[in-house]
Structure formats: C-alpha cells, structure tokens
Design a protein around this ligand. Structure first.
Ligand SMILES: Cc1cc2nc3c(=O)[nH]c(=O)nc-3n(C[C@H](O)[C@H](O)[C@H](O)COP(=O)(O)OP(=O)(O)OC[C@H]3O[C@@H](n4cnc5c(N)ncnc54)[C@H](O)[C@@H]3O)c2cc1C
Length: 413
C-alpha cells in the first residue's frame, strides 16, 4: 500500500468535513477543558457508522468467526477506518484522539484480550461503541517508565472478594470514565513487591472507595481529560477480576511455568498497537502544520517578497514535507503488515512511535517559526498543535523507552 484507496480517501475527506463542521466550532471550549470531548466523538461514531462497525466486530469476535487458523489477515478498509479518524481529528484537536483511543482501543482492548465472555459483554461492547467511556490505569506517582516494577497499588484477597487500594495518576479519561481497567499487584507472601503477580480488575464509576479527580491542568491536549484515581478499600467480587478465576491461577502459578516472554506478550501486543496509532496522530499534526505553513509562506510579505521566496523558509517547508512522506509511509507499511497477517514487531512499533513523535514536534515547532509572532499567539492553531504534539514523546512510553526497546531487539542474541 502506497496511498489511500479512492474509498479511503473519500472517507478521509468526509471526516475532514465533519471536523470542520462539528469540531472546529467547539475548539475553544474543548481546548479550555470546558467541554468534554465525548459527545462530539459519539456524534462522529454515529454519523460514520463506527458504532455499528464496532458492534459487528464484537459479534464476530464473540462468535469466534473472526479468527480463522493461521495468520490473522486484516481488511485494509477496517484498519483504515481506525486510523483515518485519528489523522483527521488530530489536525484540529489531537486530544480528542487520545480520549477516544484510550477508551475504544486501550481499555476495551484489554478487556477483549484478557476478559471472560461475560466480562466482554458486560464492559467491552459499550466501550467499543463509545456508549460508555473507559480509562486504562497503569501509571502511578512512583512508577511511570518502570510501570510494572515500581507499582504499589494492590489487591488483597478476602474470601470471595478482593480489596483494592492505591492511586493512579495521569489517567486519560480518569475524571469521567464509567469503566476503569485497573492494574495492580496481588498481595502474596513474596517479600519483594516486585515479585508479586500483576492482576487487572474492571471497576465502575461510583463504586464505594473509588474517587476520580477533576481534570489535571497540563501543557496541551486539553481536549483529553487527564486525572487521578484514588482507591481506598474498594471491594470487588471475582467477576471484576479480568479473566476471572483462571487468571488468578495463572498469576499465582510458579513463575517458572510461564516464560517472561509469555507473561509480557499480552501487554506488548496492546502497547504495539497503541504506539503505532500515535503515528496516525503525528501525521494529522504534520499535515495540518505543513498546509498552514505553505499557505502562510505564500501570503506573508516581508522585505517586499512573500517569505516563501526565502531559502531559509523553503528549507523548513521541505523538511516538513519529508516528515509527512516518511510518517505516511510508516502508516502504509503498518496497514500493509496487518493486511498480510504479519503485523509489526514491538520494536518496529516503538521505532514508528519514536520517529513520528519527534517528527510531529519538530514540524509543529518549525511551523510556529514560519508564522513568527503569529505562531506564538493562541489565535492561530499552531500554538495549540505545538503544545499538543509534545506529549507524543512522553505518553505510551517516552522516547527514551522506545530507544531502549529498539536497541534491546537489535542487540538480542
Ligand atoms: C497527557 C498524558 C496522558 C497519559 N495517559 C495515561 C493513561 O491513560 N494511563 C496510564 O496508565 N498512563 C498515562 N500516562 C502516563 C505516561 O504513560 C507516563 O507519563 C510515561 O510513561 C512516563 O512516565 P513518567 O511520567 O513517570 O516519567 P518517568 O518514568 O519518571 O521518566 C522521567 C524521565 O526519565 C527517563 N527515564 C526513565 N527511565 C529511564 C531509563 N531506564 N533510561 C533512560 N531514561 C529513563 C524518561 O524517559 C523521562 O525522560 C499519561 C501521561 C500524560 C502526560
């Protein structure tokens, strides 16, 4: 795949029109945090039939017909339908995609991968259709890049129940989530917390002992609410334990029975698709910054000439175009590898994220420069896009963690 098919391009155009009509007029409220992003996202889901597609995919997954033996080949349009909204919404308000992705991909994906059929019916379907909003809670104040190693949140078994305690921070959708995927350590006899097994629970907003903070103030991505979660003796029954009793048995099995690669493969699968999808957000930001910069370079006159006639400005535009082509090609490569049923490796997904996030930040900052003082003013969209882009290098694993993962794969014996 080297370009969008005519049908995919038509969908891209229709999404752009939707952004212009339904999102752009609310950009100020969304970016001030005054308006949560969910109603616009639901509107998009209904208008483009994405809720219906999600229902159909869910039904296929539940009937087991979606996974024939052998490599799982994906339909290119199905993959494009996930990535195109990411690209198009990110042109205007990338935070919308963070909020959407965490709910409809990360939280629901964790339940679809690890949940029992009952748990999928109970929680995942509503997240996939956006009828409910999900959060995925891993990070804690003391554990970010070393998310599993430094984790302190805990689950203590008490008869048929578990008692959950701890706090999570920087949680996308945390303030508004109806359904929360909460990752913690099971309390066992192991003296070192690091050696205690990781377990996951699905929580519902309003449970006694669960507090969801107000949105935190931050540098950008204001249309994506980020918050803290506090758990104080939250009591849940085994039906909230992701995977049910079988997952508890697996967690308690002697470590020698499961290889580290088996233990990590599920989390890595989730991280790989999250990292690859960040490239789609990066592309939206790059495309918009490039278009705005070209327009400005044509029309802004200084020293009697449009600034686009100056080589220093041309250099910036040319570099932006190179970034656009490279990130587009990474996305096409990603789609193609899913279509072939191969997928990208974890290290490849990390490389995609690393390159795209850096490219988006560089392009957005250079676009601000092309606009001069206007670029620094909130009246123009570049100021917001530059702030928004910055987090692509931090969340879903920092640049340094991507580099670490890529190098580890390269140096593996
Ligand atoms: C807007 C936003 C939304 C988020 N949403 C979610 C969410 O929905 N759910 C969730 O669970 N988390 C979420 N996060 C958390 C995010 O994943 C973490 O912030 C990220 O993984 C980095 O962790 P940290 O902030 O603790 O930084 P730290 O891990 O403390 O890192 C600080 C610095 O040290 C570097 N560093 C750390 N270890 C090493 C090393 N071994 N070698 C070299 N350098 C190193 C890092 O790269 C970084 O530069 C979100 C964060 C933000 C900002």
């Amino acid at each position: 795949m080297i370009r969008w098919s005519p049908e995919q391009q038509a969908m891209k155009d229709a999404l752009r029109e939707f952004v212009g009509k339904s999102l752009e007029p609310h950009r100020v409220e969304l970016e001030s945090g005054e308006m949560p992003p969910y109603e616009i996202l639901r509107d998009m889901y209904r208008k483009f039939g994405l809720d219906e597609i999600a229902r159909e995919r869910f039904a296929r997954a539940m009937s087991g017909t979606s996974r024939p033996a052998g490599p799982r080949r994906r339909d290119p349009d199905e993959v494009a339908m996930v990535l195109l909204p990411m690209i198009e919404l990110s042109r205007c308000s990338p935070g919308m995609i963070t909020a959407l992705g965490v709910s409809a991909n990360l939280a629901s994906g964790a339940i679809m991968k690890g949940g029992t059929p009952e748990q999928k019916e109970r929680w995942a379907l509503d997240l996939l259709t956006l009828d409910k909003i999900g959060a995925w809670a891993l990070t804690e104040a003391g554990s970010g890049s070393d998310a599993f190693g430094g984790m302190l949140s805990s689950a203590r078994q008490d008869g048929d129940e578990f008692v959950l305690n701890g706090s999570k921070t920087f949680i996308t959708n945390g303030p508004y989530a109806d359904t929360i995927v909460f990752i913690c350590r099971l309390q066992t006899d192991a003296p070192e917390p690091r050696d205690r097994p990781i377990v996951t629970f699905v929580l519902e907003s309003g449970m006694p002992g669960l507090d969801q903070s107000k949105p935190l103030r931050k540098m950008g991505m204001h249309s994506s609410p980020t918050g803290e979660l506090f758990l104080h003796d939250v009591r849940v029954t085994t039906d909230h334990l992701l995977g049910g009793p079988a997952s508890l048995e697996r967690a308690l099995a002697p470590r020698s029975l499961t290889s580290p690669s088996e233990r990590n493969s599920e989390a890595k699968g989730t991280f790989a698709s999250e990292r690859a999808s960040i490239a789609a957000s990066a592309l939206g930001i790059i495309e918009r910054c490039l278009e705005l910069s070209v327009e400005y370079a044509r029309t802004r006159v200084q020293f009697g000439h449009p600034i686009g006639e100056y080589q220093l400005i041309q250099d910036k535009l040319a570099r932006m175009e190179v970034a656009r082509l490279n990130v587009s090609n990474l996305i096409f490569h990603y789609i193609e590898s899913l279509v072939e049923g191969v997928g990208v490796t974890f290290a490849e997904a990390s490389a995609m994220k690393l390159y795209s996030a850096r490219a988006a930040v560089e392009v957005a900052m250079e676009a601000v420069q092309v606009y001069g003082g206007n670029g620094y003013m909130s009246e123009y969209p570049l100021e917001q896009l530059a702030r928004d882009a910055r987090v692509l290098q931090i969340y879903a694993g920092t640049d340094e963690m991507q580099i670490r993962g890529i190098a580890k794969a390269l140096l593996a014996p």
